[in-house]
Design a protein around this ligand. Structure first.
Ligand SMILES: C[S@@+](CC[C@H](N)C(=O)[O-])C[C@H]1O[C@@H](n2cnc3c(N)ncnc32)[C@H](O)[C@@H]1O
Length: 279
């Protein structure tokens, strides 16, 4: 049966495992804030600056992982933030992080599926999502969920890998392999039109391709450098798939077919905010 879950991220969410420690150290070193994506703290500083998060902003983080980015944003701005993630291992770890950082009163993590938002309409000032979109097949459906839980004039800032996928079965398979599941990539124009179709007005689109290439290469290099330790923990098949995946991704970046884009859009003030309107 097809689910929204995508990769079982629980292996990666176990941050303290020996292989994950090696991977994280070689990718991020002292830039490790508990992220599980292609970002460094710099991206979050950019996000904070571009969206103007303040102490009284109520933020929803869609696919919050182990909570590192949400906690970083709350620490930097004093905002209130709710993370939602479908992985129990991730949410458990995120709650532990929040407790350790003594931000439990500002940061909350909900275990659930973002395709079925459990929050009342018009709850949040800002929704963010960091490198999560590939797991959603029905992106318009997801964006409709997001627009419902945003307040009128609320902002949605989503950072996502974008791919203009070549019509080549081998490349498509290689790109699915890293996660052992189908990945639902989209182009920049695809994201823009789907955001609009869900009712958003697009304010700004920023491409981060140079740094994205660096992040991507660091991930692939980490898998190669610590191959034996990763195989021991994650199995040979999974480790080999990841290497093929990152190599193929790098090739697509170099061919100008893949990038990482931040889409900032706004829910119109007069948007008819009812989940019943979304079939
Ligand atoms: C690549 S990780 C990114 C995590 C986090 N945004 C970060 O940057 O550290 C993708 C996350 O999306 C979560 N996810 C996948 N499907 C989901 C769904 N349907 N609803 C909520 N979260 C989901 C995964 O469990 C995983 O934690």
């Amino acid at each position: 049966m097809e689910t929204n879950k995508g990769l079982d991220y629980s292996t990666l969410h176990k941050l303290d495992s020996p292989a994950n420690q090696l991977i994280r150290k070689s990718i991020w070193g002292d830039q490790d804030i508990g992220q599980q994506s292609f970002i460094t703290p710099w991206y979050l500083d950019e996000l904070i600056r571009k969206t103007g998060i303040k102490r009284d902003t109520y933020v929803l983080d869609i696919g919050s992982g182990v909570g590192g980015p949400a906690i970083y944003i709350a620490e930097k701005t004093g905002c209130r933030i709710m993370g939602i993630d479908i992985s129990d291992v991730g949410v458990e770890r995120a709650r532990k992080f929040a407790k350790e950082s003594s931000l439990s009163d500002r940061v909350t993590f909900h275990l659930g599926d973002a395709m079925e938002m459990p929050f009342p309409d018009s709850t949040f000032d800002l929704a963010i999502s960091i490198n999560v979109m590939n797991v959603f097949k029905d992106k318009i459906g997801l964006f409709q969920q997001v627009i419902s839980v945003l307040k009128p004039n609320g902002i949605f800032a989503l950072l996502s890998g974008t791919i203009d996928m070549p019509d080549d079965p081998e490349i498509i398979e290689n790109m699915a392999r890293g996660y052992l599941i189908p990945q639902y990539y989209d182009t920049v124009d695809g994201y823009k039109s789907k955001l609009k179709e869900a009712g958003f007005r697009i304010l700004e689109v920023t491409e981060y391709v140079e740094d994205f290439r660096i992040q991507n290469k660091l991930w692939g290099d980490a898998y190669k450098k610590h191959y034996d330790a990763i195989v021991k923990e994650q199995g040979k098949e999974n480790t080999d798939y990841h290497i093929i995946y990152f190599d193929t991704y790098l090739r697509l970046i170099d061919e100008g077919r893949a990038g990482n884009h931040l889409f900032i859009s706004r829910k119109p003030g007069n948007f008819k905010n009812s989940k019943e309107t979304h079939p």
